[in-house]
Design a protein around this ligand. Sequence first.
Ligand code: G3H
Ligand code: 13P
Ligand code: ZN
Length: 321
Amino acid sequence: MPLTHTRDLFAKALRGKYALGAFNVNNMELLQAIIEACEEEKAPVMLQISKGARQYANPVYLKKLIEAAVSLSNVPIAVHLDHGDTYDLCKQCIDEGFTSVMIDASHEPFAKNVEITKKVVEYAHKHNCVVESELGHLVGAQFDEGEEGGAHSTSGHYTEPDEAVSFVKETGCDSLAVAIGNSHGAYKFKGTQHLDLERLKLIKKALLDAGLGDYPLVLHGASSVPKDLADEINKYGGKLGADTAGVPEADIEIARRVGCTKVNIDTDLRLAMTAAIRKVFAENPKEFDPRKFLGPARTKVKELVRHKIKDVLCCAGHAFD
Ligand code: G3H
Ligand code: 13P
Ligand code: ZN
C-alpha cells in the first residue's frame, strides 16, 4: 500500500468528526509502536518528522523505515514535516514525497509569515503536497506569567480569529495550527492555566462564516503528560520537576469536537519510552542488550498510542472508511 495523501486523511477525518493522531517519529521502535497500535485499532495515522529527527536519524533511514511500515501494514499512513523552519527544508521534503509539510514562520510578523507560507504553498500545490502553517505564537503558557488576564495570557501570542481568516485567504494554506495557550514539552501550564477553548471555537466559526468551510485546525503541544508516567520516571531515578503538566485529555476531546483535525503528540511518547527504559535499568542494572530495554519501551509507547487513538482522538476503527 502506498502512502495515503494527507488531503484524503483530512477530508475523511472532517467528515467522520474524529481527529488524526500526528505522532513524531525519530527511530525504528517509535515507528513500530505507532504503526502496530494503529494496525490493531484500524486507525489512519500521520507520521511526522521534525528537522531534528532528520538530523538525528538521517532522512534516508527515516524514509526507508516508513517504506517498510507502509509495505507491512494496511492502515492509511501520511507523512508530514513537523515545524519546517525554511522554504528550502519544506521544498526538500516535498521533493522527497512527503504528503504534507508544515511551514512554521509563526515567530515572524504577520506579513512576513504570509509571504513565507505563500511561497511554500505555491511550490507544494504544484507538487501534490499540502501545507500546514501556524498563526499566533506557541509560547508556553508558563512563560506568560505576570501578564494581565489571569488564567490566559492577553499577549499577542494567541491566534486572533479575524487574522486567521485573512491568513488562510492570503496564503492558501490547507490547515492552520493555532496558538490557544498550547505549548510543547512536559511543563505546559502553571496553576489554573489551561487551553483557551472558547478562542478555538471562535477561530473555527470565523473561518466557517468567511466561507472557508469546515476548515481543518491543528493542535500542537497536545501531550497530556500523564502523571503516572512522570511518577514512574522519577520512581526509577528520573528527576522530572514536580510541576510537569499537560493538556487534560478532556480538553483534547473538546478540541477534537470543535474542529482540531490533527493533534500533535510527541512528549507523551518520549515519557513512555523513558519510563520503560528506566524501569529495566533500575530493576536489572546488569542489562546491556538493547533489545531488552528498547523492546519494553516499544511496548509502552504502543499502549500509549492505542489509548490516544481509541479513547481521545476517536480515529480508531476509521482506517477503511
Ligand atoms: O514540536 C516539536 C516536536 O516535539 C519535535 O521535537 O524538534 O526535538 O524533534 P524535536
Ligand atoms: P507535545 O510536546 O505536547 O507532545 O507536542 C508535540 C508537537 O506539537 C509536535 O509538533
Ligand atoms: Zn509542534
